[in-house]
Design a binder for this molecule. Structure first.
Ligand SMILES: CSC[C@H]1O[C@H](OP(=O)(O)O)[C@H](O)[C@@H]1O
Length: 345
């Protein structure tokens, strides 16, 4: 499969794959205005922590061009940047991408674009390294060959600048001929798994099943899974990890079954300023996403919808945190903030 580019810069616009249309339609958005970028982020046309980081970085250039076209003063430009960085609260990469590039505004557009390009290139390189580190850790810890892997949500090229994080590890293992099957949780309510991960796996020729989120624990406890690997949206200093809703259920089943539970994410998703998972802001989304199906209400009138977009897996349930710098083992006390953890990476 030609490498997907979820986010790219055309010279004067942000080019996004509109992920709400996949898997049936592959179409792109060309975005030149802050309102349209915020809308694309909120409705998950662009999504995935690293991809959001790249979108946030190039969003600074987009806002600068709009400010020039429309004669904004600096205060209006700064307010626009704040709207981009806060469009979704949980993935630390979004704000991180804006904050990394924002200080270059006074240096001009070329400097902003150069730094945003580095954000993109660094993420692709990080994902490739994550793939290698993750494959090596799994091969050293899991004796069975080939491997049966469960994953949750979408962590592939669509969620990043390219290759993928958890799905990048799967691709690396597949390239080595070590994957028997991938179990891809559908990931309700927005179905990133059945729509996006399945689409990427199919294009890569990787055998897979889509399963209901509620089937993950039973599949693990039945002994059908050798390792579970997921991505992350924010990793706290103690290793607690926020990821798509449903992740902690997978981790609990893995702990009970003695199946390794692996988190794969670039270091840009580690937030040492957030001490523990209790401090991670969890996005709450519209209740209609759980009450309706394809715009038609399923639950009876009067029912309310509870729709947190993420949950937090405590470090004690995480066997390996794979970044481009190497592998930490939070369940064994090796976390991003521990001196040993930092030295280890
Ligand atoms: C490679 S990180 C992808 C990460 O982001 C997803 O959330 P969303 O689809 O809401 O952007 C999910 O948590 C994935 O693990």
């Amino acid at each position: 499969m030609t490498e997907l580019q979820a986010v790219s810069w055309t010279g004067d616009a942000l080019r996004l794959i509109d992920q709400t249309l996949l898997p049936h339609r592959l179409e792109h958005l060309e975005i030149r205005e802050v309102d349209a970028l915020v809308d694309a982020i909120v409705r998950l046309a662009v999504r995935g922590a690293p991809a959001l980081g790249v979108a946030g970085a190039y969003g600074v250039a987009l806002a600068m061009l709009q400010a020039e076209r429309e004669g904004w003063d600096r205060a209006r430009l700064e307010a626009a940047l704040e709207r981009i960085r806060t469009a979704r609260p949980t993935a630390v990469n979004l704000a991180g991408g804006v904050d990394r590039v924002r200080p270059l505004v006074d240096a001009g557009l070329a400097a902003v674009l150069e730094e945003a390009g580095r954000v993109l290139e660094e993420d692709v390189a990080a994902n490739r390294a994550i793939g290698v580190h993750g494959a090596q850790w799994i091969c050293a810890r899991v004796p069975r060959r080939p491997l049966r892997i469960l994953t949750h949500c979408n962590t592939g090229a669509l969620a990043t600048a390219g290759w993928g994080t958890a799905l990048g590890v799967v691709r690396e293992l597949h390239a080595r001929g070590l994957v028997e099957v991938v179990y891809a949780d559908e990931t309700r309510p927005l179905l990133q798994g059945s729509r996006l991960t399945a689409w990427e796996l199919a294009h890569e020729g990787i055998p897979h099943y889509v399963l209901a989120d509620g089937a993950a624990a039973g599949t693990i406890l039945r002994g059908l899974v050798d390792v579970a690997i997921i991505g992350a949206d924010r990793i706290a200093a103690n290793g607690d990890t926020a990821n798509k809703i449903g992740s902690v259920g997978v981790a609990l089943a893995c702990a009970d079954a003695g199946v390794p539970f692996v988190v794969a994410a670039p270091w840009s998703t580690v937030d040492l300023a957030t001490a523990t998972g209790a401090d991670i802001p969890i996005e709450s989304r519209a209740e209609e996403e759980v009450l309706c199906w394809q715009g038609v209400r399923v639950a009876p009138e009067g029912s309310r919808g509870l729709n947190p977009a993420f949950d937090v897996t405590p470090a004690r349930l995480i066997d390996a945190l794979v970044t481009e710098r190497g592998v930490l083992e939070p369940a064994h006390g090796r976390t991003p903030a521990r001196p040993g953890g930092r030295e280890a990476l």
